[in-house]
Ligand binder design. Structure first.
Ligand SMILES: [Ca+2]
Ligand SMILES: [Ca+2]
Length: 605
């Protein structure tokens, strides 16, 4: 039933179940640090995951019946193993080096009995939790021309593997690189070479000039792997922070060309002064790659990637997530959630690992990164992309979880059939291909996240004592508004400017590092959870439905919350057409945060 303009009438009884959590939404699981068993060989897992990965078209029902299971033991793992063995399960490995989550494989797959098997295992006193592993669809967040222009252009122009010799542009600063494409890296040093206003860059030059180049900091790119012999990353490549959790082929590393992970690695920590391509933001940092995104993955794989070499890696950067198609709603599974918790509480000697995440490229399809549980997690630093003019890009996704943006390029408005050629020429990001070649056409929030990871590496070299929340505070307080004329900027009650697509601003490396040098750590995290609020209400078309939650300064003070850092709102709404809904969260001081934007592509209910 619809009225004028296709607006669907919303005379439906809906149920709001709203739970607002101040600062953090999670409680720490029991016993996760109680065991210490060394890593086991992964042969069994390889076989299973290879089988999953090759079957991209498995139906949801079939997917449920993969024969990988994770069991959580109450305390006695030997008893759990005995239970599992009697059910025909073979122990493969622990999910985390410590803790009580164990991966098992069903020797004989029997779809019909799988639910019975689950119930049998669940009923045992030594088993706290059990779940089959299902393949999850995860998509890399670079901009592919054949995707962007699919509606307007039949065959995309192939701009790959182009080596451009620099023209007569000389670097006038004290930092002189012999890397031929450095002067094309306008996002690092913008002197107007793009034709857009100079200084639209991440202001990293003063940091390098002060001698801070990422040395001693370790970054791991969670993606499709890094090619270790790519000349642009080889000198900084770090095998300890690298792994292959896909087992798609016997090759442990991807091919040198068109390697998404290698692109990301080069943006964060590409080698400087090697006469090849350009330079990374933190060009002396160590960089590794965990190969995970090459086909479907499971919750267990994601969890293992998120804590890979946790006692070694400082920053994990991820440029992937649920499909950015305007209708996918997904997030980390139970094990990946645990992995995040483990990362922020145990990583970097309990100062917390830094997780950098690409906001997503579904802006064109009205996708919203709040629908993406990785980007919207309080534990991730979610990064969007802006143009060379400092405007939001058409592809970067809006959401309240975007903390900041970096300069990646592309256009502010979606390209049309008439301006495609012009748009194709928009300056983008320099990345390496094989055999010393480079391309300058990498674009998307995929490029924005590792650029931010590089900036954070500079911060951590400047002040290794920063905690994971300190890093977020420094970003919020020191990012700058790139173009004050763009609509959508507002100022919150604490005086910080915010834009739904750009976050608190674009990263300003010099300003952030300067503040990091004398930074006083933030107070310990305090979490306050509201009771669940349940409302049965009609939502009327084009009208605002308000659900009140009582909080004020004095109430929060009594709850030991003296300042608000982040909010996690868990909201369940039953509605026939979610794409028509907009959701706003209004603070007691009147700051309005939009937590759901309209999604015309949205089909999810
Ligand atoms: Ca180089
Ligand atoms: Ca998305």
């Amino acid at each position: 039933m619809s009225y004028g303009n296709g607006t669907v009438i919303l005379f439906f009884v809906i149920l709001f179940l709203t739970k607002v959590v101040w600062s953090s939404a999670v409680s720490y699981p029991e016993n996760w640090m109680s065991l210490n068993i060394s890593e086991r060989v992964l042969h069994e897992l390889k076989a299973e995951i290879r089988e999953l990965s090759f079957d991209d078209n498995r139906s949801a029902k079939d997917a449920f019946y993969t024969n990988l299971l994770v069991l959580q033991a109450t305390h006695n793992i030997e008893e759990v193993k005995n239970v599992a063995e009697t059910k025909g399960l073979v122990f493969i490995r622990k999910i985390f080096d410590d803790g009580n989550y164990y991966l098992f494989r069903q020797l004989i797959r029997c779809k019909e009995n799988s639910e019975g098997l689950l119930n049998d295992i669940k009923g045992h006193s030594s088993v706290k939790w059990v779940a089959f592993q299902t393949p999850l669809k995860r998509v890399k967040r670079d901009i592919r021309f054949n995707d962007i222009y699919r509606s307007t252009l039949g065959t995309p122009k192939n701009s790959f593997s182009r080596t451009r010799i620099l023209k007569n542009f000389r670097n006038t600063s004290s930092v002189n690189f012999d890397d031929p494409l450095f002067d094309e890296q306008w996002y690092l040093l913008n002197k107007g070479q793009t034709g857009s206003p100079p200084d639209n860059d991440i202001n990293v030059l003063p940091v390098w000039e002060s001698g801070i180049t990422g040395e001693g900091v370790r970054i791991s790119v969670l993606d499709d792997g890094i090619h270790p012999f790519s000349e642009e990353v080889a000198r900084n490549y770090d095998s300890v922070s690298s792994d292959d959790l896909t087992y798609m082929s016997e090759k442990s590393n991807p091919v040198p060309e068109n390697s998404h992970g290698t692109y990301c690695a080069a943006i964060a920590a590409g080698v400087a002064n090697n006469k090849i391509c350009g330079v990374g933001v933190a060009y002396d940092a160590k960089i590794g790659g965990v190969r995970i995104i090459d086909g479907p993955v499971t919750d267990a794989q994601e969890a293992m990637a998120l804590v890979h070499a946790l006692d070694y890696v400082d920053i994990y950067t991820a440029s992937w997530g649920p499909n950015d198609d305007g209708k996918s709603i997904a997030g980390p599974g139970p094990l990946a959630k645990l992995a995040f918790l483990k990362g922020i509480s145990e990583g970097r000697n309990a100062k917390g690992a830094i997780y950098v995440w690409a906001a997503g490229n579904g802006g064109r399809y009205q996708d919203n990164c709040n629908m993406d549980g990785y980007a919207s997690s309080p534990f991730t630093v979610t990064i969007g992309a802006v143009t060379a003019d400092g405007l939001s890009t058409y592809y970067s996704e809006p959401c309240a979880a975007v903390i900041a943006s970096t300069y990646v390029g592309g256009s502010h408005l979606p390209p049309t059939a008439n301006n495609i050629k012009k748009e194709l020429r928009k300056i983008k990001v320099v990345v390496p291909e094989g055999r010393g070649k480079c391309r300058e056409t990498f674009q998307g929030t995929s490029a924005a996240a590792p650029m931010a990871a590089g900036v954070i590496a500079l911060l951590l070299q400047a002040n290794p004592n920063l905690g994971w929340r300190d890093v977020q505070h420094i970003i919020v307080r020191n990012s700058r508004v790139p173009d004050t004329d763009e609509s959508g900027w507002s100022t919150n009650a604490a005086g910080y400017h915010f834009h739904l697509k750009i976050g608190f601003g674009v990263l300003d490396s010099a300003r952030m590092v300067e503040k990091a040098l004398t930074w006083q750590p933030v107070k310990p995290l305090h979490v306050w959870s509201s009771p669940a609020i349940t409302h049965k209400r009609f939502i009327l078309p084009n009208q605002v439905t308000t659900i009140p939650l009582f909080v004020d300064k004095s109430y929060m003070f009594h709850q030991h919350v003296d300042r608000l850092e982040s909010i996690t709102a868990t909201i369940n709404i039953f509605h026939p057409q979610c794409g028509n809904l907009e959701l706003f969260l209004e603070s007691p001081s009147g700051t309005i945060s939009q937590i759901l934007t309209k999604r015309t592509s949205g089909q999810s209910k």
